[in-house]
Design a protein. Structure first.
Length: 364
């Protein structure tokens, strides 16, 4: 067996192709966490009719798109800002808050720490512990927060643990942060996959707290990472004005703006996605329950974190076995606080999930 010499992200299909000699088009990525249904049904049928939109500049304020997002998220469009994917918005928010000291709840997405370091800030982690099944210990977090912390960053549901925080807990966090002058950034990239998304999202809290901003995108739930469309929701108009004043105009192209409006109104696609992910999440957990060599942590997003309990097998071994069958999982040993006994995979179509489970369970 060839030992993988590097770790691969869900978007690293070209590297995989070069390293393993497998055509990237033949790889099923369980690492990218993208909706297996592909793009929105309506988008597939309608976008080509709008091709002439590229002959003119988009609306500088993206008013129609923002009103559509407001309808989708049940908030005021004036509290919405759009960007070139959630990555641009992460960067813009951190640039404006400019934290000297930030606290990140992790293990989680590495881009938060990267952006903070670019601005000269220091990053500290509040650790989600395996002994707590990666659930947030609210009291411990509140004790960790101090007035010299400028910013708290949470991913909810969190990547890679797939754990989530309910709105009541988030309200308690915001109260503590408000007392200490701490701004809170919540990345809700995966919240739409949650079975109880309406009870988990922090968007309603933006009407009452001015120290929170919510980030979302269309890459995962709407399977459109290439369109580069993200949005943020915040009740702090002063902060939104500051972000807008530093944001380049027209960072979203005309077709992406139109595509967003089409996708957010595709109710059949949204229902089908939620049904598929909910059903597969339960089915896969039921299967894993019968295999004591693998320990999983209750998933709330469209992916699951698993720990290998069997001696002599690592996440690198499972990655290698899976990719040779043209199935790509995520080796989680590069995440803070995780080692080479952890891996993550997302829920795809049932037949693809069955293929992956067969490979993984045979290795056990």
């Amino acid at each position: 067996m060839i030992e993988p010499k590097e770790h691969f992200h869900g978007s690293d299909l070209e590297k995989i192709e070069e390293y393993y000699g497998i055509k990237k088009e033949e790889i099923i990525s369980f690492s990218a966490n993208v909706n297996p249904l592909g793009i929105s049904y309506r988008l597939r049928d309608e976008l080509s009719r709008h091709i002439n939109a590229i002959t003119s500049y988009p609306d500088r304020e993206y008013t129609s798109l923002r009103k559509c997002i407001a309808e989708y998220t049940h908030t005021d469009y004036r509290n919405i800002i759009v960007g070139n994917g959630s990555t641009e918005l992460i960067s813009l928010v951190i640039q404006q808050i400019h934290p000297i000291k930030a606290l990140i709840v992790g293990p989680t997405y590495s881009e938060y720490e990267h952006e903070i370091s670019l601005g000269g800030g220091r990053t500290h982690y509040f650790r989600l512990r395996e002994t707590d099944l990666f659930h947030l210990d609210l009291e411990a977090l509140q004790k960790t927060l101090t007035p010299d912390t400028d910013m708290l960053i949470l991913c909810n549901p969190n990547n890679p643990t797939s754990s989530q925080i309910d709105r009541q807990t988030m309200r308690a966090i915001l109260d503590t942060c408000k007392e200490m002058g701490i701004f809170v950034m919540v990345d809700e990239t995966y919240v739409e996959f949650s079975e109880n998304a309406d009870m988990i999202t922090s968007i309603p809290l933006t009407a009452y707290y001015n120290n929170i901003i919510i980030l979302r995108g269309i890459a995962k739930f709407f399977a459109a990472p290439g369109l580069r469309l993200g949005y943020a929701i915040c009740g702090n108009q002063s902060l939104l004005n500051e972000i807008n004043s530093h944001k380049n105009p027209w960072t979203i192209n005309s077709l992406a703006a139109i595509a967003g409006e089409i996708m957010f109104r595709d109710q059949e696609y949204i229902r089908d996605t939620k049904h598929l992910i909910t059903a597969e999440r339960k089915r896969i957990c039921d299967i894993l329950d019968s295999h004591p060599e693998l320990k999983y942590y209750t998933p709330n997003a469209n992916f699951i974190l698993v720990r290998i309990l069997k001696e002599g097998i690592t996440s690198e071994d499972l990655f290698d076995a899976a990719i040779r069958e043209k199935l790509m999982i995520r080796d989680c040993s590069t995440f803070p606080f995780l080692d080479n006994k952890y891996f993550r995979f997302c829920f795809m179509k049932p037949e693809d999930n069955d293929r992956l489970l067969q490979v993984l369970l045979e290795m056990m």
